[in-house]
Design a protein around this ligand. Structure first.
Ligand code: AMP
Ligand code: ZN
Length: 138
C-alpha cells in the first residue's frame, strides 16, 4: 500500500507536507486544501485504510492527539468552535484511503458546511434498530 498511498508517501517524506506534530504513531499536517486556515489532519504512521482496520490502541491514542490539536487551534485562533471529523469509505466522503482525522477551526460566520437532512423514526423503530445494532457491539 505504501507505494500508492499518498499519506504513506507523506509519512515516508517522499511527498512534502507541513507538519505541526509528530510522535511514534502519528503525524499531524496542514491540510493542503483547508476548509479554514489551520485545518489540520492527523495521520496514523502505519497504513490503515479506515476505522475498521484500526487497532484499539491506535484508535484511543488518536483521539488524545486530536484533542491536543483542537486545543492548540482554539488557543491560537481564538476560534468559536472546532470540528473533529473522520470519513470512512467513499460513500461517507473519504477521498484518501489512509485513516486520518480532520481538525477544523470554526467561526460563527464561516463558510464551512457540514450538514445533513434530518429524518424521523416511527413508533418503536428506534428501539428496534438499537437492539439490532447493540448485539453487534462487542
Ligand atoms: P478525506 O476526504 O476525509 O479522505 O480527506 C482527505 C484530505 O486530505 C482532504 O481534505 C485533502 O485536502 C487532504 N489532502 C490530500 N492530499 C494532501 C496532501 N498532499 N497534503 C495535505 N493534505 C492533503
Ligand atoms: Zn497509507
Amino acid at each position: 500500500m505504501e507505494n500508492i498511498c499518498i499519506f504513506c508517501k507523506i509519512i515516508g517524506k517522499e511527498i512534502p507536507s507541513t507538519t505541526l506534530y509528530e510522535d511514534d504513531d502519528f503525524k499531524v499536517i496542514m491540510d493542503i486544501s483547508p476548509a479554514a486556515k489551520g485545518h489540520a489532519i492527523l495521520l496514523t504512521k502505519k497504513h490503515f485504510a479506515n476505522i475498521f482496520e484500526l487497532d484499539d490502541d491506535t484508535a484511543s491514542k488518536a483521539l488524545v492527539i486530536a484533542k491536543k490539536v483542537a486545543t492548540a487551534l482554539k488557543e491560537e485562533f481564538n476560534c468559536d468552535g472546532v470540528n473533529i471529523l473522520q470519513n470512512n469509505g467513499e460513500a461517507a466522503g473519504q477521498t484518501v484511503f489512509h485513516y486520518h482525522i480532520h481538525v477544523i477551526p470554526r467561526y460563527y460566520k464561516d463558510s464551512v458546511r457540514i450538514t445533513w437532512g434530518q429524518d424521523s423514526y416511527k413508533d418503536g423503530e428506534a428501539e428496534e434498530i438499537a437492539k439490532a445494532i447493540q448485539k453487534r457491539i462487542i
